[in-house]
Design a protein around this ligand. Sequence first.
Ligand code: ATP
Length: 132
Amino acid sequence: MTFHLEIVTPDGVSFDGQAESLYVRTQQGDIGILPNHIDYLAALGMGQARVTVDGQTRTAACIGGMVSVSAGEVKLVATTFEWAEDIDVPRAKAAEARARRVIEEKKLTEEELRLAEARLKRALVRQSVGRR
Ligand code: ATP
């Protein structure tokens, strides 16, 4: 049994096809979606996503956006969705170090701090997913 899954980001379509399962982190916690799931809508948190296609499970860094199920069709619209094999771990480490340096600065506006914290979280999620 499979369901139609579409994963889109501002950069384009990351996946469009039949899947057996999707596990993602929402703001309420981790959820799993299998075929014939009831209609559903949730805001995405940040963490690892797992997609199983033809018995093979792929992982990705998945941050922000929403996941919906409508009449058995699943759509994931994420601000960040990067397959583990596409993640450049050294780049994420450099982004982490930059974000930590910014956060230590004394005279940051709230907005600058919020952006640096979001960048730090992205960098940490990318490293945890990219290394597996
Ligand atoms: P950086 O400072 O390294 O650009 P960032 O968190 O500011 O990190 P984003 O604005 O989230 O980067 O992403 C910009 C683009 O670069 C997106 O297309 C994103 O998928 C890609 N990207 C960012 N970091 C990585 C990474 N470590 N590996 C692969 N792609 C990445």
